[in-house]
Write a protein of this length. Structure first.
Length: 532
């Protein structure tokens, strides 16, 4: 385990505290731009496939310098290199963290031979299924949850322009029967491929849905289970016991929320084909090299992670909103919720010591422009400051140039409005045609005032392609690594989901028996009502 110090025990942390009190708290974006015409260039960062505009953040060169010192003192580079080299940095599970090896070219990186053996075999299989005239497959149903669902569920619609036109993709995750029932209604066994996706092959939700799918398949005249069921798992024996002949494996050094690059990406590969899947991996690898090699002051994942620490621990912002201005990225916020909150939602450090500062922010959002007509009101005029992350894509894959121009103008305008705001004096100069005539002009103007100075980051992609999406996801992974490393937490376990699982196992039989012994009053009361 690393001996690198925790961020709050460094001299840079103390300096940052002083800097925040002196300059950070009252930092004003409008003044910063007025002072420095070169601000956009100074805070623009080029990374593979992604340009980031950090200039609308509460950052100046002095803050950045101190944050970089913090990264040095916390030995971020050393910890990053340990991850890439396969050190067992997930110490509570005794595992290496090597999702980066899944996207390294053949012959490079740890475990290369086994990674490429499975990848090649999987992609050969993919091309067979995609030959739909021969395979007869029209529908692919991925049954998995968490990391065995959210990656493919996010990527397949994001890359819609690249998806096989003759294949339909469905994602069943919830143990709620309302999830699988409407999906099965659309299917015919002979046209359907079920993927049972589970790292452990023991997850309650996934196994329950897998059994429902198998029973449905047999009841509806399905004949060839071996052809229509495939598993992606590290637990090949359990898949065989379930009756699955075709299995694509992966390894315990691939964390669930980092697994879309492994066999868990099978639905993605089926959707976009072997070459495009390799392009997705190549984009992620390009970002891996950037994170591994670029100096920290031009290293985009590192800079975003440092900014996250600045906002969370000094400004005390508790959430960050993700606004992808691309409908295909509608599941990106959900994907990032698991990536960031399951990774960094921890309250003890590597030594098990209780942390005296905040860790993962709440990550949430919706695609633009829809979010603008829902919660952006709060982002502009609410009492909390919530940094927003805009994801803009320059070139669409549809032919409607006028729609795309409107989309981009909206994204730019929201970031601008958050920063510029509107003073009460400016508002007084405007007409408010719908205001009650009983209200005086100053009161109306106050309601129409925007505080402004609200921070945002814009991530700009040329086009949403397999390669650029791979780079974008990898960027987020390494950014989460960075803040986790500075906080000195284990970003790669998830013990927080275990207690609920154990209690569920206790409650499930009680729903049948009505047995209430030993339960707390509230749970007993609810159970009594549910079983009456
Ligand atoms: O929610 C906990 C978790 O272990 C996630 O980390 C994981 O992605 C998910 O459950 C699914 O697990 P499995 O792939 O083993 O079914």
């Amino acid at each position: 385990m690393t001996t690198a110090p925790r961020c709050d025990r460094t001299t840079a942390w103390a300096a940052l505290k002083g800097h925040y009190e002196a300059h950070g708290r009252d930092f004003d974006l409008r003044e910063a731009f007025a002072r420095d015409p070169g601000r956009f260039a100074a805070f623009g960062v080029e990374a593979p496939e992604v340009f980031a505009d950090l200039s609308k953040n509460h950052l100046d060169l002095a803050t950045l310098k101190l944050l970089l010192e913090l990264a040095q003192e916390c030995r971020l580079a050393e910890r990053r290199d340990a991850m890439f080299a396969g050190a067992p940095i997930n110490h509570t599970e005794g595992r290496a963290v090597l999702h980066t090896a899944l996207r390294a070219p053949q012959g490079r990186g740890p475990h290369s031979a086994e990674v490429h053996e499975v990848l090649d075999r999987m992609l050969t299989y993919v091309e067979e299924v995609r030959d739909t005239a021969r395979s007869g497959i029209r529908h692919v149903v991925n049954i998995g949850i968490g990391g065995s669902d959210l990656g493919p569920q996010m990527v397949v619609p994001a890359l819609d322009a690249f998806v096989h036109p003759g294949l339909n993709f469905h994602f069943v995750s919830n143990v709620d029967g309302h999830d699988i029932t409407p999906v099965l209604r659309k299917l015919k066994p002979e046209e359907t491929l079920f993927i049972i996706a589970s790292k452990t092959f023991t997850t309650q939700e996934t196994m329950a849905n897998a059994h429902v799918a198998k029973a449905w398949f047999l009841q509806h005249g399905g004949a060839d289970t071996a052809k229509h069921f495939v598993a992606t798992t590290t637990n090949v024996e359990a898949a065989a016991e379930f009756g699955i002949a075709t299995t694509f494996g992966f390894w315990d050094w691939v964390g669930g929320r980092y697994s879309l690059w492994s066999a868990i990406g099978l639905p993605i590969a089926l959707a976009i084909g072997a070459d495009n899947f390799r392009a997705l991996l190549a984009g992620a690898h390009a970002m891996d090299r950037h994170f591994a090699e670029a100096p920290l002051e031009r290293n985009l994942p590192a800079l975003l992670g440092l900014l996250d620490v600045w906002y969370r621990n000094f400004h005390h912002y508790t959430s960050r909103s993700i606004a992808p201005y691309h409908q295909g990225l509608r599941r990106l916020p959900a994907y990032l919720q698991q990536l960031e909150m399951e990774s960094n939602g921890k309250c003890v450090d590597l030594d098990g010591e209780r942390l005296p500062f905040g860790t993962s922010p709440v990550v949430w959002g919706e695609p633009g422009t829809n979010g603008q007509h829902a919660y952006f009101q709060m982002l502009h005029q609410g009492t909390d400051v919530i940094p927003v992350e805009f994801v803009l894509v320059k070139r669409p894959t549809h032919p409607h140039a006028d729609l795309h121009a409107k989309l981009l103008a909206n994204g730019l305008a929201q970031a601008q409005a958050l920063m510029l705001g509107k003073t009460t004096e400016q508002a007084r100069g405007e007409k408010a045609p719908t205001a009650s005539s009983e209200l005086d002009a100053q009161t109306v103007a106050r309601h129409r005032t925007f505080p402004g100075n609200r921070p945002s980051t814009t991530l700009l992609l040329e086009q949403l392609t397999p390669r650029s999406l791979g780079a974008l996801i990898s960027l987020y992974e390494h950014r989460v690594f960075t803040s986790g490393a500075l906080w000195r937490i284990n970003s790669f376990d998830q013990w927080g989901v275990e207690l609920g699982k154990a209690l569920c196992n206790d409650l499930l039989p009680r729903l049948g028996s009505g047995e209430l012994g030993g339960l707390d009053g509230s749970t007993a009361g609810l159970l009594r009502r549910l079983t009456a």
